[in-house]
Design a protein around this ligand. Structure first.
Ligand code: AKG
Ligand code: FE2
Length: 202
């Protein structure tokens, strides 16, 4: 194996089995990360998220937005969303994440967590519209938060911190075998933006 053929191959896998998760660490200078954080806060069409849980409609405190190559319709949490066309900043970020991860993406789901009270419960990203075993490139901006993985059968866990301006890439069978979550925390009182670049097939 040629370890030096591309940087992403040389990164260690955070999962012990049944999937691949690679933390690329901080990929932006802090000035650039601050800049993108501020621009996204101002330019993204942030909306509260709707979900249907056990037949009940709930509204999350966390805000979300979805962008893509076309005005895709995409179903998750039992509701259908429409994607906005890429903004200039998102196109720049998409290209950077594509070259850093060695993958391509045609859509992006953005999450805005106003503070540590807001998080995301255990789930996997395997909606029917997502490419099976496709890569998910997850860019973090703002407050540093913990992120955790739990194996669906064995319950085995892995945890890491997602730094300001960092990239995490999930590939292979990760979504079939592992759940992930962003735990809430009383310690964090500042906002965080997360962008997950994905591939939708329709
Ligand atoms: O906020 C994060 O780091 C992850 C978000 C996530 O898991 C998702 O949008 O599916
Ligand atoms: Fe997710």
């Amino acid at each position: 194996m040629d370890l030096f053929s591309s940087t992403h191959n040389a990164l260690e896998n955070l999962l012990p089995f049944d999937g691949i998760v690679q933390y690329h660490g901080v990929i932006f200078s802090s000035e650039k990360a601050d800049y993108f954080f501020q621009r996204l806060l101002e330019t993204i069409e942030w909306r509260q998220d709707e979900a249907i849980l056990f037949g009940k409609r709930i509204i999350t405190k966390r805000k979300v937005a979805w962008y893509g190559d076309q005005t895709f319709e995409y179903t998750y949490s039992n509701t259908t969303k429409k994607a906005f066309p890429w903004t200039p900043e998102l196109l720049v970020l998409k290209k950077i994440v594509e070259s850093e991860s060695g993958e391509t993406y045609n859509s992006c789901l953005l999450n805005l967590y106003h503070n540590g009270d807001e998080g995301m419960a255990w789930h996997s990203d395997r909606e029917k519209d997502l490419k099976k075993n496709g890569a998910i490139g997850s860019l973090s901006l703002g407050a540093e938060r913990k992120f955790a993985f739990k194996h669906k059968r064995s319950g085995e866990k892995r945890e890491l911190k997602l730094e300001h301006g960092s990239l995490l890439v999930m590939t292979g069978t990760t979504q079939s075998h592992w759940l992930h979550r962003l735990p809430p925390t009383k310690k964090i009182i500042t906002p965080r933006i997360n962008l997950t670049f994905r591939t939708i097939v329709q």
